[in-house]
Design a protein around this ligand. Structure first.
Ligand code: NAG
Ligand code: NAG
Ligand code: NAG
Length: 343
């Protein structure tokens, strides 16, 4: 496993235009129409995708249980009947092919897409990753098209190791994405990643790490820009693992707005072990070239504005400007804070 980069929401692509659902998406709300589609359907295994695509219009609930989507196939759940619920259970996997995808596509009105407890949509993106993203190299499938989803919700979904962009949102109206975890932790070098225009709420913040103790422990050149983080535990966060080796370099957080943060507005720490801080930083995973530019906002009164816990000499070349986090207390526990930063 590698450096993980967890975000609540990324890559809101395409036009923000609001558009009505195509007429074919709208089902007459007559009793007979409702009865006809009032069935719960479960699809599973390697034939699950084909069966679901075929039967989608006759199901009021579509459960996708450990579905293995064949290579080059979109799990096409577009044009669902109004009010359809889609539930992912277990692990959804996708065959390998160089193509542009998407792997999953959903459209309709009053749709709820959710993950059951423990469910994961596993893109196994390492099969495509060549460091070039959509700018060359292998053609990589986009993950999830949420196009023309009207009054709909996508919630409690865990997406792992996407080949390239995760959500493409277009022509949506009143679409809420809530409690989405994107975890690209198992693969890749974590290089040249750009996240922009994310709105994160109710999560753990926009976090890099923990870095160290996996098979690949390099994070290099990550730009996180123009994001807002609200009602979350942390705002901006970088964690490295106690006693391990690796590196985090060239990470930039720019134009980030915080509000309602309950633990730390900005937290950079080199003391993680088994998922929690030890309080003792080590220098094996240096954090260099960390830029924070225009990171502003408020935290709750019981929270800490900024916390930096570095081992001696293990944080350098930082450039913080326009960092203003207010409303909480000032940490008295910061250590080895580089000169442009402050607690
Ligand atoms: C920032 O993101 C918002 C969406 O959250 C978008 O509307 C806006 O255009 C973006 N601004 C820039 C400068 O990219
Ligand atoms: C620090 O960042 C600011 C804003 O991004 C930039 O203008 C400045 O040139 C940077 N300074 C250094 C020493 O890199
Ligand atoms: C900030 O304030 C809270 C609540 O008073 C307290 O629990 C916490 O220890 C303080 N944090 C620091 C770093 O002083």
């Amino acid at each position: 496993m590698v450096p993980s980069l967890k975000l609540c929401l990324v890559a809101l692509l395409g036009a923000a235009s609001v558009q009505a659902a195509p007429a074919s998406d709208i089902v007459p709300t007559t009793a007979s129409a409702l009865e006809r589609r009032a069935s719960s359907c479960t699809f599973t295994g390697s034939k699950g995708a084909a069966s679901a695509i075929k039967a989608k219009k006759s199901c009021s609930t579509i459960t996708l249980n450990n579905v293995a989507v064949p290579a080059g196939t979109t799990l096409d759940l577009t044009g669902l009947n109004k009010g359809t619920k889609v539930i992912f259970e277990g692990e959804t996997t996708f065959g390998y092919k160089e193509w542009s995808g998407p792997l999953v596509s959903v459209s309709g009105t009053d749709i709820t897409v959710s993950g059951a407890s423990g469910a994961v949509l596993n893109g196994d993106g390492a099969r495509w990753w060549d460091g070039k993203g959509t700018n060359g190299g292998k053609t990589k499938p986009k993950f999830f098209y949420a196009h023309k989803m009207i009054n709909s919700n996508i919630q409690n979904l865990k997406v792992k190791n996407s080949p390239v962009q995760v959500f493409s949102i277009n022509g949506a109206s009143e679409l809420t994405l809530n409690k989405i975890t994107i975890d690209n932790a198992d693969v890749n070098s974590g290089k040249n990643i750009h996240f922009t225009g994310a709105t994160c709420t109710g999560g753990h913040g926009i976090s890099i790490g923990s870095v160290g103790g996996r098979s690949d422990n390099t994070v290099d050149t990550v730009n996180i820009e123009n994001c807002s983080i609200s009602n979350s535990q942390n705002g901006v966060r970088v964690k490295t693992v106690y006693g391990e080796t690796g590196s985090v370099k060239g990470v930039t957080y720019k134009d980030i707005t915080l509000s309602g943060i309950t633990k730390y507005g900005v937290v950079i720490e080199q003391d993680y072990k088994n998922g929690s801080p030890t309080g003792t930083p080590t220098n094996g995973v240096p954090i260099t070239g960390l830029t924070l530019n225009n990171v502003k906002g408020t935290v709750s009164s019981s929270a800490t504005n900024v916390y930096v816990l570095c081992a001696s000499g293990a944080c350098s070349g930082w450039n913080w400007s326009g960092v203003s986090v207010k409303g909480g207390n000032t940490s008295s526990k910061c250590k080895n804070v580089p000169s442009s930063a402050s607690c």
